[in-house]
Design a protein around this ligand. Structure first.
Ligand code: SAM
Ligand code: SF4
Ligand code: F3S
Length: 465
């Protein structure tokens, strides 16, 4: 019989910030159960995957990674092999079918029942302990997926990755059903968390020493529509900012629902990040209509103009899909022209990936892979130059940087983010350790610009918070 306190867990996270938050919940639940975290997958007794299926390559990565763990199941060096749990969006989509492709998975759960992870783990342990020759293939595997849930993952125990940062979900699910997107099918209908609950949790996080909160939702701008009949995102933004949190960010904003009052709150509230991620997806009205995005290219450009008028130093990032069915040269030229005109700080570019069950997966006039790749490369080149232009404008400026820790590439360097969400690398002062600085906001002068990061120098150590 296993003693839980001796067991260790390792979590692997794929996909968006929702999954990053869910991973912190999974860690919180397993900590409460008495397990210990481990950074070494080969030492773990339970390996949990929080998965993503937004594009085909995310599916493939999961299959590759889980398949590679088979060796831990078969060649375990005399120790009891780990149990493997797959949750998140692929778990929700595939349920028991997942076992046909990955028969050595022991536990499958979905996006609506993460709170069941400890119970499912205990069930799986009991089955293994009771069986003489345990193989996870049905019926031994433990599979539980729910179609909807009433609870909010945010109300569950959480172990944050960084003590100074917290994800704070304000909505779950999505009602937009963009024609290419699987998210509404795996995360369910949009549901807002009551206003008072969000604000109370924000107060608790501030009291717990959190410096930065990120409000989360697939479309934060429609927050409250289901509960209050009208969106209340500007209100919740103002209320959370008023809790005394040092920095407040949010993701993701759908352009069709970004209201002037939200821009006004952003412009008049000093602790809200001067950064907005505003996915545009395409610069062609024809393609935007086929995607079901409910705004035009001009609507988007008008929003950018309003944002820049209200917040001249705002940094803007976006998502763009290349090779959507029916995308002509002229449509793609529209995307490229929009990217040049806006001059984004950052763009996440994606090749269209057909997702079974979505309307776009069966649309005609698919774009040949080679042509889509050529367009993709052109767009990436355009974004690289706009990102560099934006970063060069910051050279010699003073920035308040929230230090996240040592740089992954060089332990003598610190890494942090500005209020505009720009990554900055700066030298660690002599005789100091990165741990002394992690989770502190420090003044920095920007000394050099690169495409995806800035270099800086600590301005005044005495002014560090
Ligand atoms: N809710 C956010 C919004 O509406 O902008 C985005 C959510 S989605 C998790 C992140 C990005 O994945 C999208 O903005 C879109 O660019 C991209 N995406 C979603 N489905 C895709 C697909 N089938 N093929 C390629 N990219 C896709
Ligand atoms: Fe997907 Fe559209 Fe919802 Fe974003 S708004 S999650 S792209 S359906
Ligand atoms: Fe992926 Fe699910 Fe997020 S499909 S992008 S992890 S909501």
């Amino acid at each position: 019989m296993s003693v839980l306190g001796d067991l260790r867990y390792h979590i692997k996270t794929f996909g968006c910030q929702m999954n990053k938050h869910d991973s912190e919940v999974a860690a919180g639940l397993l900590d409460v159960l008495g397990l210990q975290p481990t950074a070494a997958v080969e030492e773990a007794d339970l390996i949990v995957f929080l998965t993503c299926c937004v594009r085909e390559n995310a599916d493939e990565r999961l299959r590759g990674q889980v398949a590679s763990l088979k060796v831990l199941k078969t060649d375990s060096d005399g120790r009891t092999p780990p149990l493997i749990a797959v949750g998140g969006c692929i778990g929700q989509r595939d349920g028991e079918k997942l076992l046909e492709v990955l028969p050595h998975v022991d536990i499958v759960f979905g996006t609506h029942n993460i709170e069941r992870l400890p119970a499912l783990y205990q069930q799986a342990l009991a089955k293994r302990d009771a069986a003489e020759h345990y193989v996870p293939w049905r019926p031994e595997a433990t599979v539980e997926v729910q179609q909807e849930s009433d609870s909010f993952a945010a109300d569950l125990p959480t172990t944050r990755e960084h003590p100074w940062h917290a994800w704070l979900p304000i909505t779950q699910g999505c009602d937009n059903y963009c024609s290419y997107c699987i998210v509404p099918y795996v995360r369910g209908r949009e549901r807002s968390r009551p206003f008072e609950d969000v604000v109370a949790q924000a107060h608790a996080l501030v009291a717990d020493g959190v410096l930065e909160i990120t409000l989360l939702g697939q479309n934060v701008n429609s927050y409250g529509r289901d509960l209050y009949g009208t969106p209340r995102f500007a209100d919740i933004l103002r209320a959370v900012a008023a809790t005394g949190i040092k920095r407040l960010g949010f993701a993701t904003s759908h352009p069709k629902d970004l209201l002037p009052e939200t821009i006004e709150v952003m412009a008049t509230t000093a602790n809200i990040l001067t950064h907005l991620h505003l996915p545009v997806q395409s610069g062609s009205d024809r393609i935007l209509a086929a995607m079901g995005r409910c705004y035009t290219r001009d609507d988007y450009l008008n929003l950018v103009a309003q944002l820049r008028a209200a917040l001249p130093h705002i940094t803007l990032s976006t998502d763009m899909i290349v090779g959507f069915p029916g995308e002509s040269e002229a449509d793609f030229a529209g995307s490229l022209a929009l990217a040049r005109e806006v001059c984004f700080d950052q763009m996440f570019t994606f090749l269209f990936s057909p997702r079974e069950g979505t309307p776009a997966a069966t649309m005609e006039n698919t774009v040949p892979a080679e042509l889509a790749q050529k367009r993709f490369d052109q767009l990436v080149e355009c974004v690289q130059s706009s990102a560099l232009i934006c970063n060069e404008r910051l050279v010699a400026s003073r920035q308040e940087v929230l230090i996240e820790g040592a740089s992954k590439r060089d332990e003598k360097m610190l890494t942090g983010r500005t209020m505009g969400a720009k990554i900055v690398h700066l030298p660690l002062p002599d005789a100091a350790s990165a741990a002394d600085y992690a989770g502190r906001i420090v003044p920095v002068t920007i000394t050099a610009a690169h495409k995806w990061f800035l270099q800086g120098e600590l301005l005044d150590q005495a002014a560090c918070q």
